[in-house]
Design a protein around this ligand. Sequence first.
Ligand code: FAD
Ligand code: DHB
Length: 388
Amino acid sequence: MRTQVGIVGAGPAGLLLAQMLHQRGIDAVVLEARSRAHVESRIRAGLLEQGAVETMDEAGVAGRLHRDGLVHHGLQLRFGGQGHRVDLSGLTGGKVVTIYGQQEAVKDMIAIRLAAGLPLHFEVDDVAVHDIATARPRITWRQDGQDRALDCDVIAGCDGFHGICRPSIPPAALTVFDRAYPFAWLGILSRSPPMSEELVYARHADGFALATMRSRSVSRLYLQCAPDEDLSAWSDDRIWSALRRRLGDTLEEGPILQKGVTAMRSFVAEPMRHGRLFLAGDAAHIVPPTGAKGMNLAIADVRVLVCALEAFFAGRGEALMDAYSATCLDRVWKVQRFSWWMTQLLHRYDDHDAFEERVRMAELDYLAGSTAALTTLAENYVGLPYAV
Ligand code: FAD
Ligand code: DHB
């Protein structure tokens, strides 16, 4: 078998890349380790920048997103027991963000690809990439008990943080930046109406909490916990009382549909390309979720990669492929900075440094009263302009 672009991973990055290449007449094969049911039910991010929605629109995958997505013009920061509204649209010349569950976007893109009869293989085992430093890279895997191989012009490593593509690059060719945080998030999905029309980010003496949503009747709630938190120690009652303390008594309770613990880290591997292997999304970088940037950054990488591959397959040379990593990393580091900043500002640190604690409170207080500071937050939150 052969194709132009072999794509490892059917998350947001791999599926969007496949669709945007298809629109440009470029062939791709997508290989996914897990089952369709698994990737369609994996609950993760939910907030899309305005540019991410526009990108999905241009890709022709935003039909249901426009019907079911919830458009937000602002958010609430809560600290010292008080709420402070951030007018995202007012501060950014009318930009908005949209709440739409990542797995819904994944479902839409899978359905569109399969309906078009385009190759997307689930439950493939032992995926490996070969000859990535040559002009004929190859992917091998096992499927239905058989060994398979795919010759490619280019391989896109869209296989997330725990995938095989990044580790296939010789370690000496990569520089890795990694930061762990001394906390994690316990997240729940609950059948209960959102506590307010807009997201609430709360800093509380007990720790951070976030109230977001998936629809007018389903809430998504997060609370700061220990990095090795034992979920079995959290009864539903304990979760609700912790959330109500941090977010306020107006929070309505409901049956908990799902719960899990998400680790927090900042991670970047540079460069995002080795020979004919291009990394995109979580395969190359991870941000802590506080700024809601993981999926958005994956989409931004894909835009850059599509431009570079379009030029390459149209015979316009490799200049954009050569620029891929630097172009992506420019945004990646700005988003790393923002995600780190939101995270350290809003979380509780147990190694209680009284000086830093006072500085954080002063910064929040300054932020709430300064249009300049709020504008900085807002323009990062709705999404910085794209390079391409
Ligand atoms: P992924 O979505 O990870 O997709 C990679 C795909 O590759 C997966 O389908 C995986 O099964 C597949 N794969 C892996 N290895 C192989 C292999 N060897 N062969 C073939 N396929 C393979 N971001 C936020 O902004 N807010 C959040 O609240 C938030 N919550 C999160 C919760 C969790 C538990 C996790 C893990 C991430 C969360 N994120 C969140 C981050 C966000 O979901 C990611 O940034 C986003 O999924 C990145 O998309 P991706 O396509 O790069 O990677
Ligand atoms: C969601 C997750 C986030 O990390 C965030 O900052 C905002 C929203 C969400 O799951 O809806």
